[in-house]
Ligand binder design. Structure first.
Ligand code: UDP
Ligand code: MG
Length: 339
């Protein structure tokens, strides 16, 4: 007998258990006030699907009681997996940990603070069953966000779509559904700089956009402040586009050209009219202008070199400290999450 059929047989993977329909991935940091309500609403939304699902909580280094709350969550039908990272690695890394752990046919990313209402899961799964491989949830209204945050978000999306080859849809956050195929692609991406909005847009696939009203946070406060948001914006731009480098080159060309034109004007004035070279203020202005452009260009270069430095270290994206895996509790008489 040839070895080929034997090898072929050995490569067939038999599923260990029935594959879950949806993985709901919930990264959180210090969300003790909302986790119980979150679990309750997510379970209700998954129950409405009528099939086995899994919920993956990722504790991104919480220092409050959050881990002790989630690690005991369970459900009669759905599996509940809880991952605890060894410190705060940032939402992007926590989301990546959840995607790596996901085993279902599709994954949904959800914030723990219930700003992304779990009740939309049904519509998302319907769109996926109708053929979409990515279902992006676009915010119609951004309740609980001030005008400055809305304006800065709008400017960021505009800038990103100008610069990047793979434009990200405006007002679509992490709340979205990804088919298992897309999840596999994202999991295989090797980079350490995880600008999730960009990474999730990069693979393409069949996309559908659904609109929803974003609720205000249920309790607690946002984990983002302006320095963090500026860092995220810089990370997004430098990890997805080399346009700033091109702009630095163009700025260099334009200033050299204008210096050349100015030199011609000064030379002509001096030779024809015998004007002495004057103008201390204008000289200072030009020196400062050129200095500014040079420093800016060095800064832009530095941002890219910094990213290269971080990537070259090849450190893991996150470190898993603890993990619980709560199998469905079919036999339970009392369903704990019931109101
Ligand atoms: N989050 C996280 N790690 C962080 C920051 C935030 O896992 O370093 C979680 C947070 O607990 C929440 C979600 O990411 O579940 C969204 O964060 P937040 O509500 O603070 O952001 P916003 O909605 O204000 O943009
Ligand atoms: Mg929030």
């Amino acid at each position: 007998m040839s070895a080929v059929p034997y090898l072929y047989k050995a490569q067939i993977k038999k599923p260990q258990r029935q594959q879950a329909l949806v993985s709901v991935i919930i990264p959180f940091l210090n969300e003790e006030d909302v986790l119980i309500a979150c679990h309750r609403r997510v379970c209700r939304a998954l129950d409405a699907l009528g099939q086995q699902c899994e919920i993956i909580y990722v504790d991104d280094g919480s220092t409050d009681n959050s881990w002790h709350i989630v690690k005991n969550f369970n459900h009669p039908l759905h599996q509940v997996q809880c991952l605890r990272l060894s410190r705060n690695f940032g939402k992007e890394a926590a989301t990546s940990a959840g995607l790596k752990a996901s085993t279902a046919r599709c994954a949904i990313l959800l914030d723990a603070d219930l700003q992304d209402p779990p009740e939309y899961i049904k519509d998302m799964v319907k769109a996926w069953k109708d053929g979409a491989q990515v279902v992006e949830m676009q915010r119609k209204k951004r309740h609980g966000e001030n005008a400055l945050k809305r304006l800065s978000a709008h400017l960021f999306y505009k800038l990103m779509s100008k610069m990047s080859d793979h434009p990200i849809t405006e007002n679509v956050g992490d709340f979205r559904l990804l088919d298992q195929k897309v999840v596999d692609v994202i999991n295989a991406l090797p980079e350490r700089t995880r600008f999730m909005k960009g990474l999730l847009a990069w693979p393409g696939f069949k996309r559908v956009i659904l609109q929803f009203d974003r609720d205000p946070r249920l309790a607690g406060t946002t984990k983002w402040n302006y320095p963090k948001l500026i860092h995220l914006a810089l990370e997004g731009i430098t990890s997805f586009s080399t346009t700033p480098l091109r702009w630095a080159t163009i700025a260099g060309i334009l200033t050299s050209l204008s210096a050349f034109v100015m030199a011609l004007i000064i030379l002509t004035k001096t030779l024809i009219w015998g004007d002495p070279v004057t103008g201390y203020p204008s000289t200072m202005l030009i020196i400062l202008f050129l200095g500014g452009i040079q420093l800016l260009s060095i800064g832009v270069l530095g941002e890219y070199i910094g990213r290269l430095f971080i990537e070259s270290k090849q450190r893991p994206l996150y470190i898993l400290m603890e993990e619980t895996f709560n199998q469905p509790t079919f036999a339970r008489q009392e369903i704990e999450y019931a109101p």
